[in-house]
Design a protein around this ligand. Structure first.
Ligand code: ADE
Length: 236
């Protein structure tokens, strides 16, 4: 998969790209990440990328020209230019469903905004999807793009090691993941649940499903709406 990131701060990505799963996936050729500073596409000698908002008000707005030019140059140089995703608190929520859909694509371009926003003509005429990573405001799209990158790359075939799996985890069946334990079986007087030591696979499966429902009910009751069939499955 090829992921292009359009940002005014490419250095913000160097750390995340050089550790753990993203680093390994890049080294294995599973993903290619290209960072593009769209300031390089600014037309004046000061490399201006922002201007004051029409209608007044505080802050600065990113101008359309450098973003259009950068995206159009990318699209004309690539055979498989993927959709352009703009990271913004106004976007549709990022979910594991959307992450899976993005991970199935051959290419993806992430656009990071800054300042008070982006000229709406970019959103209306260039962006394919506007995506938010949560109901809070970040100072720019970069941390959100890193979230998307990480969540997508770990699903690419060959990105996770043999001992890791994306199969059995939170959100896969619409529930949060059950608790995990490892040795020692007793730590400071706290014991690992007996059933996990029993070797009884069916009992372990049932316990895990019940715990998934319990933690989901406690932390994310909204996820349980319309999930009665899954909950019933846990007790069968
Ligand atoms: N940019 C600023 N806040 C954001 C958010 N919550 N999600 C995605 N991009 C953002």
């Amino acid at each position: 998969m090829r992921i292009d990131v359009l940002t005014l701060f490419p250095e913000m990505f160097t750390g995340p790209l050089e550790y753990s799963i993203i680093k390994r996936a890049r080294q294995a050729g599973v993903v290619e990440v290209h960072l593009v500073n769209f300031r390089d596409w600014a037309r004046d000698k000061h490399h201006t990328v922002d201007d004051t908002p029409f209608g007044g008000g505080p802050g600065m707005v990113l101008k359309p020209e450098p973003v259009f030019d950068a995206v159009e140059a990318l699209r004309s140089s690539q055979e498989t230019a993927g959709p352009l995703i703009y990271l913004s608190p106004k976007g549709e929520p990022l979910t594991q469903r959307l992450v899976k859909d993005l991970a199935a694509l051959p290419a993806l371009t992430l656009l990071c905004g800054r300042y008070e926003g982006l000229d709406q003509r970019v959103v209306d005429h260039l962006v394919d999807r506007e995506v938010s990573v949560g109901d809070y405001v970040l100072s720019g799209g970069e941390p959100a793009a890193i979230v998307v990158l990480d969540a997508v790359v770990r699903l690419l075939p060959g990105a996770l090691g043999d001992d890791q799996s994306a199969e059995d985890e939170s959100f896969n069946d619409g529930l949060l993941e059950y608790p995990q334990y490892t040795r020692p079986a007793e730590f400071r007087g706290w014991n690992v649940p007996e059933v996990l030591l029993s070797g009884h696979h069916e009992a372990i499966r049932r316990w895990r499903k019940e715990m998934s429902v319990t933690v989901t009910r406690k932390n994310r009751p909204d996820l349980l709406r319309g999930q009665n069939d899954i909950i019933a499955g846990g007790h069968s």
